[in-house]
Design a protein around this ligand. Sequence first.
Ligand code: XLS
Ligand code: NI
Ligand code: NI
Length: 435
Amino acid sequence: MSDYFQSIAKVEFEGKDTRNPLAFKYYNPKQKVLEKTIEDHLRMAVCYWHTFNWPGNDPFGGQTFLRPWMDHQDAIHQATDKMENAFSFFDKLDIPYFCFHDVDIAPEGNNFNETELIQKKIVDLISKKLETSKVKLLWGTANLFSHRRYMAGAATNPNPEIFQYAAAQVKMCIENTHYLGGQNYVLWGGREGYETILNTNMKQEFDQLGRFLSLVAEHKHKIGFKGNLLIEPKPHEPTKHQYDFDSANVFAFLQKYGLEKEFKLNIEVNHAILAKHSFEHEIAYALANDIFGSIDINRGDYLVGWDTDQFPNNTEELLLPFYYLFKNQGLGSGGLNMDAKIRRQSIDPEDLFYAHIGAMDTCARTLLAVERMINDGSYEDFLQKRYENWTHDKELMSSTSLEGIYEKVKSENINPQPQSGRQEYLENLLNSFIE
Ligand code: XLS
Ligand code: NI
Ligand code: NI
């Protein structure tokens, strides 16, 4: 194998003042924060597709990244060389997790049976690599959107043969994920949505998607896969209207089909922004409804309307969502998958390292700010005080009636006075925790 990353040494923690761009400034994996190590809290993952498969194309130009494994004529050689390089990258970054789509790790064959054999071969090689590497599989997922057979969707395709092909592909991928010790299984809606409603029977497509998800949940239990099934919401792209629009939309869909206990959410920062929400909105919504699963950590560009999938580098944007998570249960069996790609001009191996190091540092820096925020306690106090009176007025949530309330307002002459929402005070308070 050609080690594409040979010129780069293992990345070490050197602290905030280092001038070494290939060292961590905040991400000190073994440092204890809020009773656990930074590494165990953040559960960061490298994504295979953007980091090892993506060639740097855009709508106006093709490949800009010349990775050695991309040149091989033989597809299996390409897959194995890519895998060796991926593990070299994981080890040098000392990353605890990675994520993949089935087609990222191995090419498709000429038919389903051929594809299955190729997958098996590469999955076995990955399984061997996992024995000697620290990295583990955070989640696997099936790509049900790139091949032309899926141009009109997978589960929601008008052609039932495509529904079946997709179902068989998911069976294979969830079993491979299970075999590799994967901790979750993700379903992102791909092309489950529509380009034009002119050719679309929405009710029929919803029922198909509901059925598809039930089949996946049933199979998970059958094979004894203990990880979470996660749905990743996104409002549009590639289709004009994606059915899994946002967290609330997915939750409603799951409830309609009786699946709300079977699936949780994989929330992506950039998708939240495309839905005209904020990342903290999506996280707060998921936590409030007990459907939080995992995170695709990246960032968008507020000036453009597509999924730019940039590496996170903005602590302000992550602080509140991280606070919601880490003041309670943390990420659980989820993690922070860097579903992010470097820009197409960043063509060198070290660019991949700068990107991941920056993202890991940003997440660690945010976690450290969350610790300060929790220890300080004034933010929590503020929230508690704001809702405090509800602890006295308990009967409002249970025993009273509209009539009873009316009588009370009259007899007690209730005359409520507005109170400041203190937004600017809170904004300043939060900023003070970032160091
Ligand atoms: C695309 C999605 C995709 C999923 C995995 O926008 O983010 O990368 O995370 O299929
Ligand atoms: Ni994603
Ligand atoms: Ni995305």
